[in-house]
Write a protein that binds this ligand. Structure first.
Ligand SMILES: Nc1nc2c(ncn2[C@@H]2O[C@H](COP(=O)(O)OP(=O)(O)OP(=O)(O)O)[C@@H](O)[C@H]2O)c(=O)[nH]1
Length: 396
């Protein structure tokens, strides 16, 4: 072989060697490295590996043993902070703006009519129409306007301010300020078992029963009473949850039963629980029912009868939605026949200009309006005060 052939052969062999030998060598090296890594992982956890490195100058040498994380402290169960409901005195004054706003049309309309230069028959007819539109009721309206006309005639030259004052006194008289509007929530400490007062809350669907129950609990607690709530609305599971939320906010125990259970049994248990725990008042929320559904009204009658086995119910409050207008009167009549309503709570008075329903309800049924709902806030329920009501009605 000549020199050139030798050179070609050497280059060929070198290429062959790099093609076969180099990958094999790389594979071997990779395997060695993997073996070393595996050995490191099985003998020392990562924390130790890191901590085994040389400490920086001035630092405390790290411990050589693995450090397990400090055990987390057990979760501390914190009870939600109880709310402090607003005192009830003067609430209607606080809510006066809301009342004036909703009743603005009525008050302003009446005052504009009475400010006319000439009070002729047409003007008096318009005064009547305004009151009837505000749900005062035809009978009461005729009476109010008749007396007002007579007073104006006797006085001869009455100014607008005089007429406003006369109207205010006629509206006040129509509201029967002498009625007892106190909530009967005082416990019977002189009875053998020191029975609490029992307040039953009734009404049609959506009138605001559960909300009002919660608000009343706050009113009572603000006034220093202790309360147990009975969730006898077993028809709507959310109603019991809703009531439980109201109760937890002010620390009132809630007695509830299984969904669809017997409402009379829950009401009975609530009074029993209230007596055992020595609270002042047991408030019982019932399911909404239409006054024309005989079966449901019978069920309500049963709730009251069963509760009465432990002592008479002190207060049966009918919750009436003020926005339902004259239909509220029919509801009140039927409920009264079944459970003998002793007081009315007029809700949603903040959302209607028909505040005259207060007069109509009292006149037709002789039942006092005891509380008025003026918003969805927890303390937007006020004792009904006729003078403050008229004042807000005729606010300028
Ligand atoms: N604006 C206003 N809303 C109110 C007032 N009272 C209650 N509501 C609202 O009326 C709605 C119905 O209230 P609930 O308390 O659930 O009525 P309920 O009568 O228990 O309803 P049912 O259990 O279905 O019969 C809710 O959205 C309340 O926030 C009030 O005085 N003013």
């Amino acid at each position: 072989m000549d020199t050139q052939s030798w050179i070609v052969l050497v280059i060929f062999l070198a290429l062959m060697a790099s093609a076969f030998l180099l990958p094999a060598l790389r594979r071997q090296r990779r395997e060695r490295l993997r073996e070393r890594d595996d050995a490191t992982l099985t003998t020392a956890p990562p924390a130790e590996v890191e901590e085994a490195q040389a400490p920086e100058a001035g630092t405390v040498p790290a411990p050589t043993r693995p450090v397990s994380p400090a055990p987390a402290p057990p979760p501390v169960e914190t009870a939600p902070a109880l709310e402090k409901p607003e005192p009830t005195a003067g609430r209607l004054v606080r809510l006066r703006a809301r009342l004036s706003r909703s009743q603005n049309a009525l008050g302003k309309g009446l005052l504009a009519l009475l400010s006319r230069d000439k009070l002729d028959d047409d003007t008096w007819d318009e005064v009547e129409d305004t009151l009837i539109t505000a749900d005062v009721g035809v009978e009461a309206t005729r009476e109010i306007v008749g007396k007002l006309r007579e007073q104006a005639r006797v006085q001869g030259t009455a100014t607008a301010a005089d007429l406003r004052a006369m109207l205010a006194s006629q509206l006040l008289a129509a509201l029967d300020p002498g009625m007892d509007r106190g909530l009967k929530a005082t416990p019977h400490r002189d009875s053998a078992d020191g029975r609490p007062a029992v307040v039953l809350v009734v009404g049609v669907n959506g009138a605001g029963k559960t909300t009002t129950c919660g608000k009343i609990a706050r009113v009572l607690i603000a006034d220093g009473h202790s309360v147990v709530l009975g969730a006898a609305d077993t028809f709507r599971a959310a109603a019991a949850d809703q009531l439980a939320t109201w109760g937890s906010r002010v620390g009132a125990e809630v007695v509830r039963g299984p969904e669809g259970g017997d409402p009379a049994a829950v009401a009975f248990d609530a009074v029993k629980r209230g007596t055992e725990s020595g609270v002042d008042t047991v408030l019982i929320d019932t399911a909404g029912r239409l006054q024309n559904k005989v079966g449901l009204m019978d069920e309500l009658g049963k709730v009251k009868r069963v509760v009465s086995r432990q002592g008479p119910v002190d207060e049966t409050l009918l919750i009436l939605d003020a926005t339902t207008g004259q239909n509220g009167l029919e509801q009140a009549r039927v409920f009264t026949e079944v459970v003998d309503v002793t007081g009315v709570v007029l809700t949603k008075l903040d959302g209607t200009a028909k505040g005259g329903i207060v007069i109509a309800v009292q006149r037709k049924l002789g039942i006092p309006v005891k509380l008025v709902g003026l918003g969805e806030g927890p303390d937007d329920l006020a004792p009904f005060e006729p003078a403050a009501f008229v004042d807000a009605l005729l606010a300028e």
